[in-house]
Write a protein that binds this ligand. Structure first.
Ligand code: GDP
Length: 178
């Protein structure tokens, strides 16, 4: 049998309304690319990423919704066993922030892992017409025991988004088993 390529495998999901930038965030995270003409109905489905944390080789399995969230039909198989859940909204679309509660309820209903780390992500902060303030996002996240970051899959707001997502979400999620 071939030697294992990793010490740990982690499943990460990305959820949120259609069009908030989920596929774009994954594309930035995995390949450091941004596609302006990304069709919002075409998801990346599934990507893998290898990381080295504290001397351990980690394989991340990143799941995208491939547009199914439009029909709100993500079911238990999508959520099953996820250690990290990235819940995104678009800060220029108030409705997508209001629907965060819906997505949170879905996680409660379907996620089998009580210890899954949730991270709330406010995406598209490069745009001027923002309808949700950073404080609102932060307060919601704090009240619901989630981590919070603002990002732009387009401009790599502040630091590299790969760094932020990798370090903050994953290291905490992984700390329980490393
Ligand atoms: P999804 O349906 O949630 O997977 O969203 P997509 O990743 O398909 O993105 C929807 C649209 O928003 C596309 O036209 C993207 O190019 C655009 N988009 C995604 N992230 C950003 C961002 O951070 N800033 C800006 N300005 N546009 C973005």
């Amino acid at each position: 049998m071939a030697e294992s390529t990793h010490d740990h495998l982690f499943k990460l999901l990305i959820i949120g309304d259609s069009g908030v930038g989920k596929s774009s965030i994954l594309l930035r995270f995995c390949d450091d690319e941004f596609n302006e003409k990304q069709a919002s109905t075409i998801g990346v489905d599934f990507k893998t990423k290898f990381l080295q944390v504290r001397g351990k080789k980690l394989k991340l399995a990143l799941w995208d919704t491939a547009g199914q969230e439009r029909f709100r039909t993500l079911t238990s198989s999508y959520y099953r066993g996820a250690q990290g859940i990235i819940l995104c909204y678009d800060c220029t679309q108030r409705s997508s922030f209001e629907h965060v509660k819906f997505w949170q309820d879905e996680v409660r209903k379907y996620s089998t892992n009580q210890d899954a780390i949730l991270m709330l992500v406010s995406n598209k902060v490069d745009l001027a017409d923002q309808q949700v303030t950073r404080t609102e996002g932060e307060e919601f996240a704090f009240a619901n025991s989630m981590m919070f970051i603002e990002t732009s899959a387009k401009t790599r707001h502040k630091k590299n988004i790969r760094f932020m997502l990798a370090r903050r979400t994953l290291v905490s999620a992984m700390a329980t088993v490393l």
